[in-house]
Design a protein around this ligand. Structure first.
Ligand code: FUC
Length: 823
């Protein structure tokens, strides 16, 4: 196998550059993705399906509209839909501030510069927020349906249709076929379930709703509505990296309304009893008192009643139509066909268990589309961003409180948003950043005496920005990573108003923090006089100290330098584009030059820390790949522009091995793809699907964490298409210094990491930086055609293996090239 460096050398030798005037095709319609439905026979590309109900929660099928979520079990005699509302969290508005934290900073820095790491880590414990853990995401309740006599059924099937975002359960008893369809609608803000059967008068069931929050009881309203209404009770003692709270918290309410066709309804003990109906439509709406992170004064009952009464006035067919009219144009923007094999006919749990490299390429396409589905279901405009579990959580104390973890997890949730043509789904993250850029100012002042804003390694509904959990929580780079997403949205969309109004202001606040936070390395350190971060930490890894102990803290961990390099580069470019802040731009240019370089260590690896400590690090297979940020999701190291450093990344990746949780494997899929090594990327994908994926296709960390799904989805996208924005910065490959923006055009790499196991395929609607939408076909492992739609015009370098062509595009036009990149 060729190494990355050999590949680059080969590419440099053989590359020829052409600039061609390609005649555009007819102007593309504004939303020109694939809008037709997949072939009806091709269920394997769009359906997850199973021959038995979920027993465990993790086996359920998730549905959602970004705010309301449900895990559907598909039971027969007993059906359970576990419910969530994305703003239902523990506690009340809170800022975790610690006025004494800042007084320890100078001493902490001195200890770290002097290598007194255990002492520094002890001191760091005094610099945590108060209390030292944040609040957890909470479950709402459970909708429970009981069907007497449905214990023994035949021809059972439950499925999730990704093209419709509908979960369907069907089975037979005797000569009667039963069917339940359920979806959660964005336009109607309701969970909608339709129960029907092949013969009239067959639907008899009990309907109830309950919650595990203490002291809350269901009430019956009239004879067709159930109401679950209450307030999160105090939980003084926290668990699982959560703090408790002493006061009653958010108010919440859920109402269920039933409309029957034929038969009748009776009121039972806190439930409704339906008998002998021909069909039933069940609607469920829910809300909380949360308005924003400072204001929890909304009336959930009013919110619920309004949504419910509007939804009630529509038929099931109208509700379904509204739902599909919202969902399908978004979902169908991207279509992916990696080829079919007999395995595709099997139920999804078997496909996952039996997945091999060559065996079932269609499962990869399904996994990819499932990621896009999950983003649409958990991250919609106006809602909270997808948390560690998206929106699906049944625990009072979920793993890591199901928060937004900012040292990889929440960012990974959004890696597929732009490439997968769902930029609208990225917006909840921008709203979160807006909040944090305000909330984090107080923390920046209080902890570090800095301007701008800081975010540490976690945040919650209350926009906590203080360091939490333990001394390792003193990782002040969360905001620096998050704001890169604003730049990315600009890079894909070219939306200058977005850059001016939203992206640049937050990026600038973050850069201001960094400029103030950077400090001169003391004499006796590796780079005396350089500007460095301190305290610093390579999430969440540790190294061996000279006395044999473990050290976490350091100064200038590699990842910090990369994050700051990207932030400065992008802020400098943004300020130039917008024609503002010349003086501030100069400060960033000077500071960038004074950062220490990235370094290649004894093993040829990219050093994770300021010292060459990787080889002796106790956990060499550590799940985090923090120092490889510059290659994925960052772009300052690439095989084309910085072959020496790309080879060092490759070495680091090899040294890390193939283990880790789902999200770690997903990150490696993306890294191997960026290295242009499709077979390695596929190997990681096999690991992700075989070892770290539940039968439901949700990530199985373990435990379940949705970042693995989103990261895997993004990684598959990277195997098929990569792109760089015009002028994106790189390292100087000789010195490892950050050298700022280059003069290149936007670049698109077609099929950069296509594995041998996917010889034939087609993808439509992937997005590239620079404002392009790309369709590709390939045969026998070679590109056969590409169509590029330009959103806002501009030059674009199109690369495929050793070929390159520059297109000078006009806004709204499409360009078609063959496998030789000729028109
Ligand atoms: C980081 C990771 C863990 C987990 C948690 C939510 O702490 O190291 O593995 O993903 O975030």
């Amino acid at each position: 196998m060729q190494t990355t460096q050999e590949k680059i050398i080969h590419w440099l030798r053989t590359a020829f550059i052409l600039t061609v005037a390609v005649t555009p095709l007819a102007a593309a319609p504004p939303d020109s993705g694939t809008t037709s439905a997949p072939a009806a026979s091709d269920r394997s590309a769009t359906h997850l399906w199973y021959q038995k109900p979920a027993v465990k929660w993790e086996e359920g099928l998730p549905i959602g509209n970004g705010r309301l979520g449900a895990m559907v079990f598909g039971g027969t005699a007993e059906e359970r839909l576990q419910l969530n509302e994305s703003t239902l969290w523990g506690g009340l508005p809170y800022d975790y501030s610690n006025p004494e934290a800042g007084q320890h900073l100078a001493e902490l820095r001195r200890l770290i510069f002097e290598g007194k790491i255990p002492e520094a880590e002890k001191l760091g414990q005094n610099m945590l927020g108060r209390p030292k853990c944040q609040r957890p995401y909470q479950p709402l309740g459970d909708l429970r349906l009981r069907f007497p006599g449905h214990e023994k059924v035949e021809q059972y099937e439950r499925s999730l249709d990704l093209d419709q975002a509908v979960v369907t359960t069907t089975y037979r008893i005797g000569g009667v076929e039963y069917k339940r369809e359920v979806f959660i609608s964005v336009p109607d803000q309701a969970l909608v379930m339709r129960l029907s059967s092949s013969k009239p008068g067959q639907i008899t069931m009990d309907v109830g709703i309950d919650t595990q929050h203490a002291g809350i009881r269901t009430q019956v309203m009239g004879n067709e509505t159930l109401c679950l209404s209450g307030q999160i009770p105090p939980q003084p003692a926290g668990e699982n990296w959560s703090s408790g709270w002493d006061e009653p918290g958010l108010k919440f309410e859920a109402r269920v309304r039933i409309a029957i066709e034929g038969g009748h309804i009776e009121v039972g003990e806190r439930m409704l009893k339906v008998s002998n109906a021909n069909a039933v439509t069940l609607l469920l709406c829910a809300a909380t008192s949360f308005r924003n992170y400072l204001d929890v004064s909304a009336d959930p009952g009013e919110r619920v009643e309004q949504a419910l009464s509007e939804a009630c006035s529509k038929t099931f067919a109208q509700l379904l139509q509204n739902h599909l009219a919202d969902y399908q144009p978004l979902f169908r923007r991207v279509a992916l066909d990696l080829g079919m094999s007999p395995a595709a006919a099997l139920p999804t749990d078997r496909r996952i268990a039996e997945f091999t490299r060559e065996g079932d390429p269609a499962l990869v396409a399904l996994y990819y589309q499932f990621g896009r589905y999950l983003l649409l279901a958990s991250s919609r405009q106006g809602c909270q961003p997808a948390n560690l579990q998206g929106i699906w959580n049944q625990e009072l104390w979920p793993s890591w409180s199901s928060k937004w973890t900012c040292n990889i997890n929440v960012e990974m949730n959004y890696w597929a948003a732009e490439t997968g043509n769902l930029p609208e789904c990225h917006e909840p993250l921008f709203d979160l950043i807006d909040d944090l850029s305000v909330a984090g100012q107080k923390t920046a002042r209080e902890w570090y005496g800095c301007r701008g804003f800081v975010v540490h390694h976690n945040t919650d509904l209350w926009r906590g920005t203080a360091p939490v959990d333990g001394f390792w929580g003193l990782w002040p780079m969360g905001g620096v990573w998050l704001v890169q997403h604003l730049w990315e949205h600009y890079a894909f969309s070219g939306d200058q108003e977005f850059l001016r109004q939203r992206a640049y202001p937050a990026m600038k606040e973050s850069a201001q923090f960094v400029l103030d936070f950077l400090t001169e390395a003391l004499p006796g350190t590796a780079f005396p006089g350089a500007l460095v971060t301190n305290p610093s930490y390579s999430p969440e890894n540790y190294y061996k100290l000279p006395d044999g102990g473990d050290g976490n803290f350091t100064y200038a961990a590699t990842m910090d330098l990369q994050l700051i390099g990207d932030l400065f580069d992008r802020c400098i470019t943004a300020s130039e584009i917008l024609g503002v802040d010349k003086e501030f731009r100069n400060q960033m240019e000077v500071a960038r030059w004074r950062l220490p370089p990235l370094q290649i260590g004894r093993q040829g690896q990219l050093q994770e820390w300021i010292g060459d400590w990787d080889m002796e690090a106790p956990d060499r297979g550590h799940r985090h790949l923090s120092h490889l940020y510059a290659m994925m999701p960052g772009q300052s190291i690439t095989p084309r522009e910085t072959p020496k450093f790309a080879a060092a990344v490759r070495k680091s990746l090899e040294l890390r091995g193939d283990g880790g949780m789902g999200w770690s494997k997903a990150w490696k899929v993306g890294l191997w793809a960026r290295l242009g090594e499709g077979d390695q990327a596929l190997s990681m994908l096999v690991g992700l699907i075989r070892e770290s994926t539940l039968p439901s296709m949700l990530d199985n960390g373990p435990p379940f964490q949705i970042d693995g799904n989103f990261g895997g989805c993004a990684g598959i996208g990277e195997m098929l298409l990569q792109s760089r924005a015009a002028g994106e910065g790189t390292l100087d490959d000789a010195s490892g210094k950050l050298r700022g923006r280059t003069d290149s055009d936007a670049t698109i790499e077609l099929l950069p990491a296509l594995p041998g196991a996917w010889p034939t395929g087609k993808v439509t609607g992937l997005c590239a930086r620079g404002g392009f939408e790309v369709d590709c076909t390939w045969l026998d492992g070679r590109l056969t055609g590409v169509t590029i739609r330009s959103r806002h015009g501009g030059a674009c370098r199109v690369c495929y293996r050793d070929k390159m062509v520059t297109l000078d595009t006009r806004a709204g036009q499409s360009y078609r090239l063959n496998g030789e990149l000729k028109s």
